[in-house]
Design a protein around this ligand. Structure first.
Ligand code: TYM
Length: 332
């Protein structure tokens, strides 16, 4: 059966990029042909230093973000990664399958480590191997992600193929990354060549899922753009990264294509389009952020939901990891 797995790191608050590139699409896939499994990947978060109390809070907040956006713990399995030991266990087994050269090609590590690769944790380097374990512990066939995670899902396929080849089996599926829609790479509001991320220096660069209406309006108002109005056709967005980004965000939030947004708003100046975009963002995000705040008032309930999700996750992942160990010749 087709099975979806995806994850979000609890390192800092959720952004509009996480919403449009991931959560919104997870909700759309739920309840259809797929079995859906969604994870708060706390083991990935600790590849860089996290304050322990803040990590607990952020883990619950990501869970609240999933729930408030419409992930239903009856329809999907929702849990935090560290509660299911299969992830760490299969991650180790995959460390022995993946090659150092493969890790060296990962652009996300290079970006995060910068010139300081030697000072990073070994976990940050092996991060993609654990991500492959997340996915393959469930034999997930489809992984919805934003564009920045494409390379990691491709590496997951490489690991699956090498394992199958080395042990002469057809055990792990070759997972398909699902990267569809207008807002698969939401950019920084102050620099349209950089990705919007949880960890950028200035809060003005990003929309947080928990921002209030005034903050959202202010951030879009101050968002960098060139002076020209919106073009009359999609072609006119070429070499205008900031303009393209705001059109893509509008498309992602409204459910329209970028083409439809241009058909409707082509020729408009920023003084017109930015307030319309802010209103749309508030309309979509305000109900989610107020529900997140309500859920965060009852952390015990969030923990109960994730503990139950973890039980269901273990029921799928444990037999797959046992079988993997057996195929590798480990006595158990
Ligand atoms: P993370 O926590 O950085 O982001 C979670 C999801 O949000 C997407 N995303 C974006 N999409 C569009 N525009 C953006 N600016 C933007 N920023 C983030 C990401 O592509 C991702 O889909 N390594 C993953 C977490 C992970 C995972 C997995 C994902 C761990 N194991 C297994 C899928 C399957 C990460 O750091 O995502």
């Amino acid at each position: 059966a087709p099975r979806v797995f995806s994850g979000i790191k609890p390192s800092g608050g959720l952004t509009l990029g996480n919403y449009l590139g991931a959560i919104k699409r997870f909700v759309e896939m739920q309840g259809g042909d797929f079995e859906t499994i969604f994870c708060v990947v706390d083991l990935h978060a600790i590849t860089v230093w996290q304050d322990p109390e803040e990590l607990k809070r952020a883990t619950r907040e990501v869970a609240a973000g999933y729930l408030a956006s419409g992930i239903d713990p009856e329809k999907s399995i929702l849990f935090n990664q560290s509660r299911v030991s299969a992830h760490a266990e299969l991650g180790w087994l995959f460390n022995c399958v993946a090659r150092v050269g493969w890790m060296n090609r990962m652009t996300q590590f290079k970006e995060k480590a910068g010139k300081n690769a030697e000072k990073q944790s070994l976990g940050l380097y092996a991060y993609p191997s654990l991500m492959a374990a997340d996915i393959l512990a469930y034999h997930a066939t489809h992984v919805p992600v934003g564009d920045d995670q494409k390379q990691h899902v491709e590496l997951t396929r490489d690991i699956a193929a090498k394992f199958n080849h080395d042990y002469g089996v057809d055990f792990f599926p070759l997972t398909t990354p699902v990267i569809e829609g207008p807002a698969m790479r939401v950019m920084n509001l102050r620099d349209g060549t950089k990705k919007m991320s949880k960890s950028g220096e200035s809060d003005m660069e990003r929309i947080n899922m928990t921002d209030d209406a005034d903050t959202i309006a202010k951030k879009f108002k101050k968002a960098r753009t060139d002076p020209a109005p919106l073009p009359e056709s999609l072609d006119g967005l070429k070499d205008r990264p900031e303009a393209k980004n705001l059109v893509d965000i509008y498309a992602g939030l409204s459910g329209m294509s970028a083409e439809q947004v241009i058909a409707e708003h082509g020729g408009a100046g920023w003084g017109q389009f930015k307030p319309a975009l802010a209103d749309l963002a508030v309309e979509k995000l305000a109900p989610i952020s107020s529900e997140m705040a309500r859920l965060m008032d009852d952390p015990a309930e969030i923990d109960r939901i994730m503990a139950r999700g973890a039980e269901r996750a273990r029921a799928i992942a444990d037999p797959i990891v046992s079988k993997t160990s057996e195929l590798m010749g480990l006595l158990r």
